[in-house]
Design a protein around this ligand. Structure first.
Ligand code: PXL
Length: 314
């Protein structure tokens, strides 16, 4: 577990100018998830998005799929056996990471290996550990996952500093009911139950407390502090937006932004990317047009990095 005194996620580490345009940030993040060759998600989102935020992005692919699992007939090459030798090699070479961010994993065995990897890289540097428990959406588990897998994910979330489930994943992690219509109390109950799994912060995505509005709500497990961040909701279901959100949060925190600003950046970026995707008339299940919005993401990240910590974020 990341030591709370070393990085206060709420106030952020000082950004001493390392993230100015043209100046290397010197930060390195490791992301562990599958590579789906077509159908934008997981590594094909994380690598460009986090790199755009000025962070060196090391990748550990957990599987090679022809497409993500919402397409019929996808191929799947399991890379579990590579995870330990690849990271042992990095360790021997002396590499270390500021952040370890895990996304879609295919098995309980992969969760165990990711825990070993976290332990392996904890010595030299204490990486910030972000777990996105990717397994479900719209009330249902993705193809290939069952309730036993979800139970193991709940245990695995205990070794994170931050977890970022959507409402469906929060239901599977906590055992609380999945509701399509709810009040704020339901969200606060989910957040408390997620915090009880052990992370320092639980961030719930896709929260909608009013018609026409959506966003994220987070809770700190030590202080009980709640941080909310909303925007206008564009109707429709867009695949890969959870990965987009988690990648922006991971990159922004690694850059040194406090959690509230990281959530603002991610909520605005996902909303703008959905708007552009909808305007282009692309099919929902394929993925979002994030390539078009990366320049705006970089500009907003620079503005948020430059503005004082104390200024109220909109
Ligand atoms: O976007 C999450 C995700 C990541 N990786 C694979 C998936 C999905 C969601 O369906 O199938 C392989």
């Amino acid at each position: 577990m990341h030591h709370p005194d070393q990085l206060d996620l709420r106030n952020g580490t000082e950004d001493k100018g390392q993230t100015k345009p043209g100046i290397p940030s010197g930060k390195r993040l490791l992301t562990i998830q599958d590579i789906s060759c077509i159908g934008k998600c997981s590594l094909t989102i994380a690598l460009p998005v986090i790199s755009s935020l000025g962070i060196e992005t090391a990748v550990l692919p957990t599987a090679l799929l022809s497409t993500h699992t919402l397409f019929d007939g996808f191929t799947f090459l399991d890379l579990t056996d590579q995870m330990t030798p690849v990271t042992d090699h990095w360790k021997r070479l002396g590499f270390s990471f500021d952040t370890i961010y895990s996304g879609y994993l295919g098995s309980v065995r992969q969760m165990e290996i990711v825990q070993d990897i976290i332990r392996k890289f904890r010595g030299t540097q204490n990486p910030l550990v972000i777990i996105d428990p990717v397994m479900a959406d719209y009330g249902k588990l993705y193809t290939g996952f069952d309730e036993a897998f979800a139970k193991q994910y709940a245990v695995f979330c205990g070794c994170a500093d931050i977890i970022l489930p959507n409402l469906t994943e929060a239901h599977y992690l906590t055992g609380l009911p999945y509701l399509e219509r709810y009040e704020e109390d339901y969200i606060l109950d989910l957040l408390k139950a997620l915090c009880a799994l052990g992370p320092e912060w639980a961030v719930l995505t896709g929260v909608s407390l009013k018609d026409g509005q959506t966003g994220a709500m987070a809770r700190n497990s030590r202080t009980g502090e709640v941080v909310s961040c909303f925007t206008d909701r564009i109707p429709g279901n867009y695949h890969g937006t959870g990965d987009l959100f988690a990648s922006v949060v991971a990159g922004a925190l690694t850059r040194g932004l406090p959690l509230k600003k990281a959530l603002r950046l991610a909520v605005d970026y996902v909303r703008e990317t959905i708007r552009v995707t909808q305007a282009a008339g692309r099919p929902d299940s394929y993925g979002v047009e994030f390539e078009a919005t990366l320049p705006a993401l970089i500009r907003q990240a620079e503005q948020l990095s430059a503005s004082p910590q104390s200024s109220p974020t909109p």
